[in-house]
Design a protein around this ligand. Sequence first.
Ligand code: GUN
Length: 290
Amino acid sequence: MPTTIDGRKVSKDIKNEIVQKVDALKAEGKRVPHLAIIIVGDDGPSHTYVKGKINACKEVGFEYTLLHFANSLAEAKLIKQIDKLNEDEDIDGFIVQLPLPDHISVEHVNERINPGKDVDGFTNQNFGSITSTHHLLLPATPFGVMELLKRYEIETKGKECVVVGASRLVGAPVSMMMLQDGLATVTVCHEHTKDLAKHTSQADILIVAVGKPNLITKDMVKKGVVIIDVGTSRVEDKTKKSGFRLSGDVDYENVAPLASYITPVPGGVGPMTIASLLVNTLKAYEAREI
Ligand code: GUN
């Protein structure tokens, strides 16, 4: 059986490391890092994620501010809020939770954020720093994936890494990180890839970030593969109180026996996104304080 990559444990370790730093700041009589979160509308999963981010701030002793706006909020008003947070001396970093309502351009919003406070790592400047030797605030989920591989001492150098999904949020940045920092040979597959299994079956490390339950089946992977499943889809499950459960992109039950390492869903990559957000907020704080 494979080793389960325990994102909850790694994320807890990272939070403990942050708690020690926050305690040291307090002992020196300094202020603590302060994260702000903007959420627009009433999307259920987004509110659940934001709750998780706020709880994480509480756990490590960060200050936090939550700004919740109605779905009808005009783009210009949101931009004004971003300008305010950009200028607010008390705020070290902030995020705008996605997805946004259709009438708001994610690109306009992201590019308005001061890159020094962009703790999601979404702005072009931070995203582009993946390819620089001087990394700025790296995109949170891909950074979390790299951290899992590092902390489980999984060799990436010279390995065949196949990434399925080329989104700006995960697939594109994680591919670049596996190339730049992981020194892997990287293949990126996406919705127009003709023969997905041809590529995935070559992978030593398979990173999947699509959002389609059971996309990866046992006939698509080779024995000993390392699997990082970034997918999180809600699927109906009447046995659960909520009526749903979370599912990754990999047919876990049938694929796991072939893998050497695998991330579960939930409890794999998910908790790492939040841990990375805290790491970035601390980094943003340190850059402003020093
Ligand atoms: N929606 C889904 N994932 C994320 C994330 O990492 N950051 C933000 N801001 N929104 C998201």
